[in-house]
Design a protein around this ligand. Structure first.
Ligand code: ADP
Length: 307
């Protein structure tokens, strides 16, 4: 096998109370990538379609993660990477992560799978660091493992897979505004009151328990973020309106996807997820901000080969 085509999914990081450690994988929303083995040594990004992104290997996250793996293996061949981007860069649903995992997943397949999923995530972290200036895996891990993942530690990398209740659906609204990652970081407080931390880890622990036990009411009571959301939500116009509309129409919970501007909701069943989508659309169609929405099941497979 010399060529492989893959689907690299979008992901939601943070998931309300799981800032920087929890994430889940979306179905049907994602990039397509082709990875090809070539005689000439090196990593070459030969095509980027959909959005204007660099094709220089060192400036594209797919190239940087590929180089990290390439240097570790030092194979007797090179690789070409083609990216068909569907996930808008900076949307907050893991655009850069999808590219960073796509290249290493594809190369691993073509090399006969020398690396496991945790090792692939570790290479992808090098690419993701180009986009976010720090090493984190909360979008990468769900893209590679599928389902919900908890990044227990980045160094050494330890990823835990959390079970997904069968009927859990996500609704996403992506307002077409730009939030600079630097701004989303700068707005966060350096210190946090102990009482807020207690509330947050109580919610986080109970969310993980609820996912293990299919306890939808407990998911609902746990999807609250008292530390990050009160600050970052100020950067997203109509955030409170969207959240309240989603909850009113049956969502289990709602919050900022990654560092925004996308907003996610989780619902039990596709019908509720679609009602939530309609409620979100109602809020934003009264504004002059363009937006996209998506409804999908939580993707338990993660990145996959399509050809
Ligand atoms: P998201 O949360 O949607 O992934 P990020 O802010 O993390 O958004 O990443 C987007 C940044 O990464 C942009 O500055 C973009 O130019 C850069 N980038 C480099 N290569 C890629 C790529 N292949 N896909 C997406 N973004 C990329």
């Amino acid at each position: 096998m010399n060529e492989i085509k893959i689907f690299s999914p979008a992901t939601v990081a943070n998931v309300a109370c799981g800032f920087d450690v929890l994430g889940f994988c979306l179905d049907t929303i994602g990039d397509e990538m082709t990875i090809r083995k070539v005689d000439k040594k090196g990593i070459f990004i030969t095509k980027v379609e959909g959005f204007n992104l660099p094709t220089e290997t060192e400036l594209n996250v797919a190239g940087v993660s590929a180089l990290a793996m390439y240097e570790a293996v030092n194979p007797d061949c090179g690789f070409e990477i083609e990216i068909r981007k569907n996930i808008k860069p900076g949307s907050g649903i893991g655009s850069s992560a999808a590219s960073a995992v796509g290249s290493v997943f594809g190369m691993n397949e073509l090399l006969g799978k020398p690396f496991n999923k945790t090792e692939l995530t570790a290479f992808a972290i090098k690419g993701e660091a180009l986009a976010s200036q720090c090493e984190h895996a909360d979008n990468l891990a769900p893209a590679i493992f599928g389902g919900f993942t908890l990044v227990k530690s980045v160094s050494p990398l330890e990823v835990l897979q959390i079970p997904v209740p069968n009927n859990l659906y996500a609704t996403i609204i992506h307002p077409q505004i730009e939030i600079k990652t630097s701004e989303a970081r700068a707005i966060l407080p350096k210190q946090v009151p102990l009482q807020d931390v207690i509330t947050q880890w109580s919610n986080f622990g109970s969310l993980i328990h609820a996912l293990h036990t299919n306890d939808y009411p407990l998911i609902k009571r746990s999807l609250h973020d008292v530390i990050i959301e009160p600050h970052r939500s100020k950067l997203i116009p109509y955030f409170d309106d969207v959240k309240q509309a989603a909850l009113k129409h049956g969502a289990l919970g709602s919050g900022i996807s990654g560092s925004g501007p996308s907003i996610f909701s989780l619902s039990e069943g596709i019908e509720k997820a679609k009602n939530v989508e309609e409620a979100m659309i109602n809020v934003y169609s009264k504004t002059n901000i363009k937006f996209d929405t998506y409804v999908c099941k939580i993707n338990t497979q993660g990145i996959k080969i399509i050809e």
